[in-house]
Structure formats: structure tokens, C-alpha cells
Write a protein that binds this ligand. Structure first.
Ligand code: SF4
Length: 305
């Protein structure tokens, strides 16, 4: 059985940055309590690693200990930051700059008199945070069918949660343009999401089955699994190697492995190792360097003579 790894899989820059910032705060302020609002990123292993270092997740400003209060990579509404400051907490904001950019975009559009539609998942931290910028004028939308029931607004714009599907975004634009021909479109799906979605399309076109490593509450990991499934491949979302079942791979010649943007490399390596234990062999896609996962499979650098 050949195992292929998606060309883009695992930590994106925003997740890496958020984890590094919390780690740096911990090193710098040893002994001071550090609490993170909700989940720093949607991955159980990352959260548990922090908990072992006494960096806890809390669900509200009130629950936080006196000390450093971390705003996660998904961002929050400005009101939450105000509440934390009012309580005298030191706010460490590790919101991904690409999420902050959506806050700024939405803010400017509302200031120019627009009603802003946000393509996003109900209850997701990032979506709640963006809507909190101007709750009266930012409206979540999920399905193109919802376009017909929207009020007659004179000026309408569309933005997106960073981890939505590119195809879903295009379908939404199409539906909204029927309703609002002057719709202002801001595709705010981030580059990391786009790259991972393109990579899973490539992977699922060569693999007979696909495994995505990531937590069930990770929007981007779920979407990767859904894209592979929509392409007709059996596709599973698993937290780590323990989630694999050997019978999934019986009779398969080629399987694909991908991972969400908040999945640490060690979990991806664990999944590959388990598949190898069942007779799989990791093989590079054309011109792919697997050195990050397996130094022995790194492409030798080419030197010009
Ligand atoms: S998925 Fe995109 S928006 Fe989210 S943290 Fe990563 S880079 Fe930032």
C-alpha cells in the first residue's frame, strides 16, 4: 500500500504564531497564571500540552485567574477585550492577523453604510468574534438558499470565515448576486486554507481513500474531509493514530493522509507510522519533499555547477 501525504498539511502560520506567542509569554512570566479564552486552536493535543504547563482554557473573562488572559487565534469581539481589561487582566492577543483583517474590513464596510454578510459556521469562535465588531450590521449566512429571505438592503457586502470552502464561497456569491446585483465581494478565505483545499483535491484524485488528521471541532479539518468525500473517496477525520482502523485500508493500493491547520506534525507522523506498521510505504508526490515528516525521505538539494 502506498501512502501519500498532502502537499500542504498541518500547522499554518497563524497557528504556529499563536502557539509560539503563548510559549514565549510562559517563558517570560514564569509563575504568573496564563489562561486562554476557549481553545487556543482547535486541537485537543495542543490544548492538553498547554494544560500540562498550567496554561488553562477558560470559557469566560470571569473564569480567568488574575494574570495573563490570552485571546485565541480565532479572535473575539472587541467587547470581550474591553471586559478583560476592565477586570485588570493583561491581555495577550494572539488572533491570527488574517482574522484581524476581516474585523477591519467589516468595520470599514459598516462605517460606509453596508450590511455585511459573513459566510460562516454557527457558533464558531471566529464567526462570533467578527459579528461582535458590529452586531447590528454583520449577519451570518450559511447556505445560498438563505439569500432569498434577506431584507431589501441598499448596500450589501460579503466576507467569509477564513476556513470556509472555496467552492461554497463561489456558490454563495452566485446566489447573492441574483438578490443584490451590486454586492461587494471580499473573499477572506485565508491562503493556508486555500492551499490545503487545493492539496486535498490533488491527493483525493490519486488516493483510493483519505484520512484527515484533526479534531472534530476544527472547521478547516472537517472541510478537508468533506472535500475528499465529495470527490467520492471514503474519507475519515481522526484525532490521532489511535483513531485509525486497519480494515479501512484492506485492498487499497494508495491511501492519502492530510491534516488540518491546527494539527501538530507529531500527530501526522504517528498516523503515517501506524499505516507503515500495516504494510504501507510513504511515497512522495511528484516533486514533493517529505523531509519535514521524514528526514530520510528529504529531497537532496541540487547544486548548480
Ligand atoms: S487557518 Fe488561516 S486564518 Fe486561521 S490561523 Fe491559520 S492562517 Fe490564520
Amino acid at each position: 500500500m502506498i501512502i501519500h501525504l498532502a502537499r500542504e498539511a498541518g500547522f499554518c502560520f497563524g497557528v504556529e504564531r499563536a502557539i509560539d506567542m503563548v510559549q514565549a509569554a510562559r517563558d517570560e512570566h514564569a509563575g504568573r497564571p496564563i489562561d486562554i479564552l476557549n481553545e487556543i486552536v482547535h486541537n485537543r493535543h495542543v490544548i492538553e500540552d498547554f494544560q500540562r504547563q498550567d496554561v488553562q482554557s477558560v470559557h469566560s473573562v470571569e473564569d480567568a485567574r488574575e494574570g495573563i488572559f490570552v485571546i485565541s487565534a480565532h479572535g473575539v469581539s472587541p467587547e470581550v477585550i474591553q471586559q478583560a481589561r476592565k477586570r485588570g487582566l493583561d491581555v495577550l492577543d494572539v488572533t491570527c492577523p488574517l482574522v484581524t483583517k476581516i474585523h477591519r474590513t467589516a468595520e470599514k464596510l459598516v462605517a460606509r453604510g453596508y450590511e455585511v454578510l459573513l459566510l460562516g459556521d454557527e457558533g464558531h469562535d471566529e464567526v462570533e468574534g467578527v459579528m461582535g465588531v458590529a452586531p447590528e450590521h454583520i449577519h451570518r449566512i450559511r447556505l445560498p438558499e438563505e439569500a432569498a429571505a434577506l431584507p431589501e438592503w441598499p448596500q450589501v457586502a460579503l466576507v467569509s470565515q477564513t476556513t470556509q470552502g472555496m467552492a461554497e464561497f463561489d456558490r454563495m456569491v452566485e446566489a447573492l448576486l441574483v438578490r443584490f446585483p451590486h454586492l461587494e465581494v471580499h473573499n477572506t478565505i485565508c491562503h493556508a486554507t486555500e492551499q490545503r483545499q487545493e492539496a486535498i483535491v490533488e491527493l483525493a484524485s490519486v488516493a483510493e481513500a483519505v484520512v484527515v488528521v484533526g479534531s472534530a471541532n476544527s472547521a478547516n479539518a472537517r472541510r478537508l474531509r468533506d472535500i475528499a468525500a465529495e470527490m467520492g473517496r471514503p474519507a475519515w477525520l481522526i484525532e490521532d493514530a489511535l483513531g485509525l482502523q486497519e480494515e479501512w485500508f484492506h485492498g487499497r493500493a494508495v491511501v492519502g493522509v492530510s491534516a488540518g491547520a491546527s494539527t501538530p506534525d507529531k500527530l501526522i507522523r504517528g498516523v503515517i507510522a501506524r499505516l507503515e506498521g500495516w504494510g504501507g510505504a510513504l511515497q512522495a508526490l511528484p516533486e514533493q519533499d517529505l523531509g519535514r515528516m521524514r528526514p530520510d525521505l528529504a529531497t537532496a538539494p541540487t547544486h548548480e555547477v
